[in-house]
Design a protein around this ligand. Structure first.
Ligand SMILES: Cc1cc2nc3c(=O)[nH]c(=O)nc-3n(C[C@H](O)[C@H](O)[C@H](O)COP(=O)(O)OP(=O)(O)OC[C@H]3O[C@@H](n4cnc5c(N)ncnc54)[C@H](O)[C@@H]3O)c2cc1C
Length: 404
């Protein structure tokens, strides 16, 4: 098997039968699954729509939990990444126009850090480097967008376009894993998605502040929506969320006016904001799959659940999907890969974590971004409790560090 190659395409429709799993989507979740399977001796083929290295320049900041660090260590990826991550040692939670604030400190919970900030591009580079090191067991095919997935009682058929786009080909596999971030699911019978659009967008970008971050992350709840400043290198990664019309207004500001508006919304904790890099924007939704799943097909990562970024949960839940599925596959005989009862076991093992992540983030958005009389007081009381009660702090730290 090749390590990694660009599928060059063949002149006609070809059908090839594989006896191992095929992963659709070589994003971080798909690649973590591939590495974990490889470590357990299970061969895997990954089909990725884009060309190699296409995402290396993607500066979006991902907050990795301490549990995700442990996974990346176990897979031999962390050492490639370590020099580019920024540790979060303290989280400062506050609300605009209200009382109450809380500090969560890694040291109080015997953790070296509460989480780590890394750019999507750096993570992809580290995962690719690790796959190249592994030499065998993982086949990554690039520039092969999957067009169709059909499942029957025996197997899954994955139809993808070749790199030249001259033809399409089919891989037959006992188990097709959808890790495409949620882009090619719609037409698959048996998979039904439930989506709640928040009508909110996230505006993201790197900001330079007057004072250093000292490895502190800030989560601030405003009447418009939550905003976060995550320490990233010498700067902060800003995630500013709010209703689309509100984000339209701040997105339209020139840099100076934007920095002033940010200072006004965030307060003076890190001094003035001096510079903002390229601003990005993405819509926010809560999305999950209904509990009806066909055999020979499973969905993980953002494709399975999409959450509001308020507490940095979504990506980490996706990594836990990948690890749980790898464990399930590795503990199953090859003859049973894709069998409905084994996939049901997988879904059961993930149901609690997924629904807690969805509920937790949805709760934070609803309670902390609500300007109704009384809710502000509740928020203040909640932050007060968080500040005073070790048990409340431990709950939140566990949730953010391990998802438990
Ligand atoms: C625009 C945007 C900005 C974001 N910003 C943040 C942020 O600031 N902080 C944060 O924590 N989270 C952010 N998120 C969420 C975060 O990126 C996801 O949680 C994370 O990327 C999920 O990883 P994944 O591997 O499941 O999916 P993805 O990262 O989406 O990877 C999916 C992969 O599948 C490939 N693919 C798609 N369709 C096909 C197909 N048909 N055939 C083959 N391959 C296919 C894609 O090319 C991609 O490589 C953002 C998401 C988006 C969309």
């Amino acid at each position: 098997m090749h390590d990694k190659y660009v599928y060059t395409g063949k002149p006609t429709n070809l059908k090839q039968t594989l006896t191992h799993p095929v992963v659709i989507g070589g994003g971080p979740v798909g690649l973590v699954l591939a590495l974990s399977l490889q470590q357990s001796g299970v061969p895997v083929t990954v089909l990725e729509a884009q060309q190699p290295g296409a995402m290396y320049g993607d500066g979006r900041a991902l907050a990795l939990s301490y549990g995700t660090r442990q996974v990346l260590e176990q897979l031999g990826v962390w050492h490639q990444l370590e020099s580019t991550v920024t540790a979060i040692e303290t989280i400062h939670v506050s609300q605009q126009k209200g009382f109450g604030r809380a500090l969560l400190k890694a040291g109080e919970h015997q953790l070296p850090a509460l989480g780590y900030v890394v750019s999507y591009g750096a993570l992809m580079q580290a995962l690719d480097a690790r796959i190249t090191e592994t030499k065998s067991g993982i086949e990554v095919c690039y520039q092969v967008p999957v067009q169709q997935l059909q499942v029957d009682a025996i197997a899954a058929e994955v139809t993808f376009q070749t790199a030249t786009a001259a033809s399409s080909e089919i891989l037959v596999t006992p188990l097709a894993v959808i890790a495409d971030g949620g882009r090619s699911l719609e037409a698959i019978p048996g998979l039904i998605r439930e989506t709640k659009h928040y009508g909110h967008d996230a505006l993201v970008g790197l900001v330079q502040s007057e004072l250093p971050h000292r490895n502190m992350a800030y989560e601030r709840f405003t009447p418009y929506g939550p905003m976060a400043l995550l320490p990233n290198g010498e700067q902060f990664s800003l995630v500013w969320t709010g209703e689309q019309a509100y984000i339209d207004q701040i997105a339209a500001l020139d840099d100076d006016a934007f920095l002033q508006a940010l200072h006004q919304a965030f307060g003076d904790r890190v001094g003035k904001f001096l510079q903002i890099g390229k601003r990005g924007r993405f819509p926010l939704k809560l999305s999950k799959l209904e509990q009806t799943f066909p055999a020979h097909c499973v969905v993980i990562g953002n494709a399975a659940q999409t959450m509001h970024p308020v507490a940095g949960q979504g990506f980490n839940v996706g990594i836990r999907d990948a690890m749980a599925l790898a464990k399930n596959i590795a503990s199953t005989t090859a003859a049973e890969w894709g069998a409905a009862h084994r996939l049901t076991e997988y879904h059961q093992s993930r149901a609690r974590d997924t629904s807690r992540g969805l509920l937790f983030t949805d709760f934070l958005v609803n309670v902390f971004s609500n300007d109704l009389i009384g809710v502000g007081l509740l928020r203040g009381a909640g932050l007060g409790a968080l500040s005073l009660l070790p048990v409340a702090r431990r709950f939140l730290v566990n949730k953010m560090s391990y998802g438990s």
